[in-house]
Ligand binder design. Structure first.
Ligand code: P1T
Length: 382
């Protein structure tokens, strides 16, 4: 099946009890057994729930993977994944990544004896140089949050294979509509489902998708043991959101292209970070491994004054100032004080995340209204 058909049908069977075409919200914690152990595959909803099962199958299908696992949040999915490791193990991670992931790695798991090294993965040679005999996981985000750096997934997959470690890719920004890391050789793909997959800013959820049966079994064991699983109502909302994923992503990509191109020509704008711009670092890699460049854009202003950035952040009327991304509505954010505040300032500046960086999640509204909104906010600058 092709993407649009999978987005609508994958994982979803008419309800066996009633024929309901939409997967019901199985709002139940437990399931009746005829005799001990004699049940229909469902015993307790932390372990399995039919609404979640349908969603897990749908997400696996969209990522061209065999096994999908859903979690209460994106962070819970990364947390579960890190529990594959043990003290003494090492992780090589991208230096530009979501602040919450950085916090989980450095403030939680480093305390349990796991070592994290952060490198600029735009050049795979930096990853190779950071690998040690103890490296068990390479953790990439591409495009990265918030600098939209592009990491060559196939190159890292080759390194991981040679080294005998896993490659995990956070595919939240690209979504399976634009990029399939498993097809490029990654072992694990992760999503903050909260974002484009759910698509309507009304759910917080995470997911992992893998091909390897043994890895899936281990992750399912950890999912059930740690128990950060989502409820059926949220799974239903994501199943509903997925049915328009292809339509939304197409428009996010078109609007993203129009806004990025417009910003790049604006006299008050200094740098624009969007992988579809020909001058973007690794644009050629993005063009090779992605089917489009998405709706996430970051930019800085000429003069680099915080007061100017604040004016733009507070002055937009259609773009709402808020954390998160990937909903149908446009958002703008200030990574240094919001999504990436948990990364020490020196570290942020070292990787090029300026205090004045503005991040846009370009929604699916009429693009002219979005451009007009940015235009009036930028016009307010002296
Ligand atoms: O918020 P949660 O569903 O737990 O997902 C965490 C997460 C993981 N990976 C990436 C790339 C993310 O962007 C996020 C969450 N990010 C934001 C809330 C944000 O505004 O960037």
């Amino acid at each position: 099946m092709r993407f649009a058909t999978k987005a609508i049908h994958a994982g979803v069977e008419p309800d066996p009890a009633t024929g309901a075409i939409m997967t019901p919200i199985y709002q139940t914690s437990t399931y009746v057994q005829k005799a001990p152990g004699d049940h229909k595959g469902y015993e307790y909803s932390r372990t399995h729930n039919p609404t979640r099962t349908a969603l897990q199958k749908a997400l696996a299908a969209l990522e061209n993977g065999k096994h999908g696992l859903c979690f209460a949040t994106g962070m819970a999915s990364i947390d579960t994944l890190v529990k594959l490791l043990k003290p003494g193990d090492e992780v090589v991670s991208t230096d530009d990544l979501y602040g919450g992931t950085y916090r989980l790695f450095t403030k939680v798991y480093a305390g349990f004896g796991i070592k994290f090294t952060f490198v600029d993965m735009s050049d795979p040679r930096n990853v190779e140089a950071a690998l040690t005999p103890n490296t068990r996981l390479i953790w990439a985000e591409t495009p990265t949050n918030p600098l939209l750096k592009i990491i060559d997934i196939a190159a890292l997959a080759a390194l991981a294979k040679k080294h005998g470690c896993w490659l995990g890719v956070d595919n939240t920004f690209a979504t399976p509509y634009f990029q399939n890391p498993l097809d490029l050789g990654a072992d694990i793909v992760m999503h903050s489902v909260t974002k484009y997959l759910a698509g309507h800013s009304d759910v917080v959820m995470g997911a992992l998708v893998v091909n390897d049966d043994a890895l899936a079994e281990r992750l399912a064991f950890l999912q059930n043991s740690s128990g950060a699983t989502p409820g059926p109502q949220d799974c239903f909302l994501v199943l509903r959101g997925l049915k328009t994923l292809h339509l939304r992503m197409q428009r996010h990509g078109e609007n993203g292209a129009a806004v990025a191109t417009w910003l790049a020509k604006h006299p008050k704008v200094d740098r624009v970070f969007w992988p579809g711009l020909p001058g973007h670092v690794n644009h050629a890699v993005a063009a090779r491994q992605m089917r489009g460049f998405g709706g996430m854009i970051s930019f800085t202003l000429k003069g680099d004054r915080m007061a100017d950035a604040t004016r733009v952040l507070s002055g937009c009327k259609v773009f709402a100032l808020a954390e998160s991304l990937g909903g149908v509505e446009s958002l703008l954010g200030h990574p240094a004080s919001m999504t990436h505040a948990s990364i020490p300032r020196e570290e942020r500046l070292r990787i090029g995340l300026a205090d004045t960086l503005i991040r846009l999640s370009v929604g699916v509204e009429d693009v002219q209204d979005l451009i007009d909104d940015l235009d009036q906010a930028l016009a307010s600058l002296g």
